[in-house]
Each structure stands twice: as C-alpha cells, then as structure tokens.
Design a protein around this ligand. Structure first.
Ligand code: FRU
Length: 497
C-alpha cells in the first residue's frame, strides 16, 4: 500500500474507533509478534529515546507512528521497567501539539535534574512549502509521570553553514555543566556533530563542531551519543551514505562509534583509532545509551532500519527494540553483552556436550522459537562449523565460523520471508580465534548473537514459519567439540496470551 501524505500525518485520534480496533486485531493476528522485546501495540516503532533511570525506574521511550507500518507523524511512546527486562507500556508521552513539533516529535534524550526528568528532543516542523524547520525542545516529566513541554524551543535555529537536517540532541552532565551533541549536515552535504553547553538546560550555547577527523564520511550523521567509560571517550553516531567496504557497511545506513581520548570540550576534539560498526547484522540503527545507577553503561538500539519493508507490514506493525546491552572497553574496542538481568527470563534448562564430525545433527531437547542458547566450540579441525536455528526441512537461519577465512558468518537467505533483500542476506565479520562462543537470544522473529563474550554482535529480524523450530549443529570437513546450554525463556507476555 502506498501511503499518501495525508494518511501519514493523521493522528491516532483522527482514526475512528472501528478503524483502531481493526488495526489492533490485525496486529494481534500476526504470527511474528515478539515475546520479550519492546514492540509497538500497532504501527511503526523506530529510535529509542529518553533512555534514563528516574524515580526508581528505567524509562525508555521510542519513536512511534501508531496508524501503520510507515514513517508518519511521530510521537514518543513511553515504557518503563524496574529491571530492564519486564517493560510496562505507559502510553504516549509526547505528541505533536504546537508550531514547533507539528510534523513530528523526533528523537532526543532524557536527563534527571532538580528531581525531574528533562526530555530534550527535536521538533520537526514543515511550512506550507513543505520545507523542514527543526527546533530543539525541552519537556519535563515529574514524579507522577506528568509531562509538560516548555513553550519555546531552547535551540530555536540552525546555525549558518548547516542544513535543516539538524536533530537528535543527546544530553549529559559533566561536573556542573550540561552538554549536548546534535546530529547535523553541513551545507556541503557532509555529516557532522555539533556540541552545545548549558548551565541549566534552558539556555544553550553553541560551542561548534566536534572534530573527529572524519570530514567526508557520509552525508548526514543521525543520533549522536557521547559518554565516558573506563577513562575513554566514546562517540556513537549513525552516518548515512557510506559505501560498502569489504564486510563493512552493508546495511542501508550505518551505526557505529569512535573510541579514544576523552572529548576535549574546549577544543572539541576526540582522538581515536577509527570508526567501528556496533553491530555486524542486518537490523540495527539509532542506538542510545544511559548510565545505570550502579555505573553500568547500557545501550538499546532500534532493531530495524529506515526505508525497508518488513513482512509484518501487512499486519499493521513494524520493528522492535534490541535487548539492553552492557558496554565495556577492552583492547580499544567496545564489547557488548546482554545485561545480566536477562537471566530473570530463564526457564527450563537443557545441556549437551558433544563432538560432531562432518555431519549435521539435532540434539534431544534442543528446539524452540523463544530461548537463549550458548554454544562453545573448541578443538576444531572442521573447515566450517555452526548452528542452524529456526530450522525445518524448508528453512534455516545459519550461524557459522569459517576457519579458513576466520570469519563468523550469519546467513538469513533461507530464514523464511525475506526483509531488505536488496542489501544481501549474508553478513560476515573477521574473528581471529581458536575458540568460538555464541550466546544467542531467539525471540519469535529475531536473533541476537553475542560472539566471544561480546567482541562482536549480530542482530537480525527473521520471519520463519511457526513450525520451523529445530536447532541443529554442524561441522563440514572435520570435527568440533561443542558445549551447549539452552534455556527456554518465559516472559509474562507469552504466559498470558
Ligand atoms: C533516525 C531518525 C532520527 C529522527 C527520527 C525520526 O532513525 O531519522 O534522525 O529524529 O528518526 O523518527
């Protein structure tokens, strides 16, 4: 279906009760609804926003267009959790209400200040000629969860030299000062990041561009995020317009980081050793981080990408968020692991210790569509070995290691209904090692793989048949030892449906 501008800019209230019920029922009938991931009730979810800890709970908002699986008039939808695992749908938090955000409450971040949660976001306005005007706006949430927008934008204009692609403020505090980074496009159509400073979150001074030495690196950088971890500065951003380079940059847009010295806010420099992709899979974009009360740095991403159709579209919804990942620094890189709270989901456990030799083999008790699976491969002589997930006689999602190429390979070409096929169905990444471990989280329509204790991550939506539930281990031209543990995962959602 082609959505007209009028249809994309309708609000939830503009739809009749019957239309809304119809949409909700259509979504409920979908066989690819997730069980332990954050997903929209109806319509389209994109970037995580305002990820924070406030008043004893984690708050995680997301970009939301309720009326269908397209990018239309965006709201912030609010979810909250006490443990980063069980999330409660709170409802719409911010919707377009005035001339500054009339065409979308776009992405932004949250920070606690004076006992309230300050939400800073980009208001997207279009004038009568459909020219875009971005405003950076503040809203404040109190302990009762009531949210009030400030009447006037706190950053009302785009500075000279930049286009109207100017958005996604991410705020942090350093000593007594607040800083914000904003994703921007220079007039010469290259991407960059702007740094602002404030004493009170209400008045902001532009400091200038952050110089990380990547001056011609895509045409726009979205969703920047800056934090410090283990004495390093880390700058995340999403460059659009990079060319494919061997195994890198295969998705429509990229998401990655530079890691190095702490950001020098006077000179606005961060010295680093290069740009690295955060995720080596298919469906990952616009991540945002927060600092947990115990000091952990936690990241959540959008498990999806713009401008790509997904098989759930015909059921009136699209996308979900990734699992929360804890970030650490090792060997000059970010390592990512699922937060330990996810163990709360663990149910029935099955274990196996086997050696397989030039064969493909299922193991008693290993099957399913919602589980956590850890597999450690050692003493291998095989050319390739790995696991087939969500498999049947007609489908499989393949995760393997190639000992010649020294690459982890994720292949969703036979995973069921295809998504984003124009960007290929195979992703690879170099991992030089003599031991491979995969920690895999499978939900009804997604797979997240943490390789070798978080050195690399592969994230993918998959759309297999409900009955494709086999798990098979394989080794080609040689053997490997495998130690595997599987847990059924049980979330409230599935238990009650
Ligand atoms: C990234 C993005 C942001 C923008 C938001 C709008 O996916 O394009 O730059 O604020 O989505 O929904």
């Amino acid at each position: 279906m082609n959505w007209s501008r009028e249809q994309r800019y309708r609000r939830w209230e503009d739809a009749s009760k019957t239309e809304r019920r119809k949409l909700e029922n259509l979504v409920k009938q979908c066989n690819w609804r997730q069980t332990f991931h954050i997903q929209p009730v109806t319509g389209l979810l994109n970037d995580p926003n305002g990820f924070s800890y406030y008043n004893g709970e984690y708050h995680l908002f997301y970009q939301w267009f309720p009326l269908g699986p397209v990018h239309g008039l965006k709201n912030w939808y609010h979810t909250k959790s006490k443990d980063l695992v069980h999330w409660e749908n709170v409802g719409v938090a911010l919707e377009p209400t005035n001339e500054f955000d009339s065409h979308g409450v776009y992405s932004g971040s949250g920070i606690e200040h004076n006992g309230e949660l300050f939400l800073m976001y980009t208001g997207n306005n279009r004038d009568e000629n459909w020219v875009r005007h971005p405003y950076q706006i503040l809203a404040v949430m109190n302990k009762e969860g009531q949210i009030k927008k400030l009447e006037k934008p706190v950053i009302p204009a785009v500075p000279n030299g930049y286009t109207d692609h100017y958005r996604d403020p991410k705020v942090w505090k350093d000593n007594d000062c607040f800083f914000a980074v904003i994703g921007a496009q220079r007039k010469n159509e290259t991407g960059t990041i702007m740094l602002y400073r404030s004493q009170n979150l209400l008045e902001w001074d532009l400091e200038g561009e952050v110089d990380i030495g990547l001056n011609e690196f895509g045409y726009m950088w979205e969703c920047p995020d800056y934090f410090e971890l283990d004495n390093h500065g880390v700058l995340l951003f999403c460059p659009q317009g990079l060319e494919r380079d061997r195994d890198s940059y295969h998705n429509i847009y990229q998401s990655g980081y530079v890691l190095g010295s702490r950001l020098n806010v006077q000179e606005r420099t961060l010295v680093h050793s290069g740009f690295h992709e955060l995720d080596r899979g298919f469906d990952f974009y616009a991540p945002q981080t927060m600092e947990a009360p115990d000091g952990r740095r936690i990241l959540v991403g959008w498990m999806g990408l713009p401008e790509i159709e997904y098989p759930t579209d015909s059921n009136g919804w699209a996308h979900c968020l990734t699992l929360p990942r804890e970030l650490t620094v090792k060997n000059g890189r970010l390592w990512q692991n699922p937060v330990k709270e996810l163990e709360l989901l663990r149910g029935e456990e099955t274990e196996a210790h086997i050696t397989i030799d030039n064969e493909t083999k299922g193991i008693e008790g290993f099957a399913g569509d919602v589980y956590e699976l850890s597999a450690e491969f050692s003493n291998f002589t095989a050319e390739q070995f790995g696991i087939e997930l969500r498999a049947s006689d007609k489908e499989k999602t393949v995760l393997k290691y190639d000992t010649q190429e020294k690459k982890v390979i994720f292949d969703r070409s036979e995973s069921g209904q295809a998504a984003g096929i124009q960007y290929g169905a195979v992703r690879k990444c170099l991992v030089e090692t003599d031991k491979i471990s995969f920690r895999i989280f499978v939900d009804v329509s997604s797979v997240e793989v943490f390789v070798n204790d978080g050195a690399e991550v592969f994230t993918a939506r998959i759309f297999p048949d409900q009955n494709s539930q086999d798990i098979r281990f394989f080794a080609y031209n040689g053997k490997t030892d495998i130690q595997a543990v599987k847990y059924k995962l049980t979330s409230k959602e599935r238990a009650s449906s």
